[in-house]
Write a protein that binds this ligand. Structure first.
Ligand code: ADE
Length: 235
């Protein structure tokens, strides 16, 4: 059972997400246990505050060490080799999440504590004393780590054994098996608005189909994501 705890000031954002599709299936089937926790439950003042103005000035608010550090330590233990969960903070300053990191995390088996940053940032000392890893889901800025945490959860859930209906479909998809984008896919009808399904896919010749698909994948990758074919090149 892969265990994930999520620390957020918006636990209600996760409701339907945790009940639906792969993630709901993984939870109901016992492959994953995912719980959300409201950071404000650890706040000690009357206003249940979690943020304050930044030293040095600037726009927005910064999440304060209290109550964040005590909340993380309550859920994962103090930072160190014997803590009970690997603590990941979702932030645009993190290392970029990719399929290889998802596979490594899924393979490690958890447990994880996902910390969702909000506002303009998190006091650096929280990251220093209580967080093990910072991850970004891409080079764009959202207003919080909640959607990035859901991205991470869904990416992990579909890698857990017994969750995906058809495990073979994982093998051919983009970012597996040589890091090519997937080529075009077709289903019925054979002609739609005058556009025909390529003849080879209806031929029943599996060797020819494999070759065609591989060629399409390379052509599409070369056009859309040349950086995947030559990772050393400047993109
Ligand atoms: N929080 C805000 N933007 C983010 C991003 N791109 N990745 C992870 N966490 C974030």
């Amino acid at each position: 059972m892969f265990e994930i705890d999520v620390l957020t000031i918006f636990p209600e954002l996760f409701g339907p997400f945790l009940e639906t599709a792969f993630v709901g299936h993984a939870r109901r089937g016992g492959a994953a246990a995912i719980r959300t926790h409201d950071l404000r439950d650890w706040a000690t003042d009357r206003h249940r505050s979690v943020d304050d103005q930044p030293y040095g000035g600037g726009p927005g608010m910064v999440m304060t060490p209290e109550p964040l550090v005590p909340a993380i330590e309550a859920l994962a233990g103090p930072k160190g080799p014997s803590r009970s969960a690997h603590v990941i903070c979702l932030t645009p300053q993190g290392r970029r999440l990719d399929q290889a990191r998802l596979e490594a995390l899924a393979g490690a088996g958890g447990p994880l504590l996902l910390v969702c940053g909000r506002y303009e940032g998190i006091d650096q000392r929280v990251l220093d004393v209580a967080v093990d890893e910072e991850l970004s889901i891409g080079d764009y800025v959202l207003s919080g780590g909640e959607l990035p945490a859901m991205v991470l959860i869904e990416g992990l859930a579909r890698l857990l054994p017994g969750v995906l209906g058809n495990p073979a479909s994982i093998e051919t998809e983009s970012f597996r098996g040589g890091d090519l984008l997937e080529g075009p896919q077709y289903t019925r009808p054979p002609i739609y608005r005058g556009l025909e399904v390529p003849e080879v896919l209806r031929s029943g010749d599996h060797a020819a189909i494999d070759e065609w698909r591989h060629h399409q994948a390379i052509a599409r990758t070369r056009e859309r994501r040349p950086d995947l074919l030559d990772p050393d090149a400047d993109s």
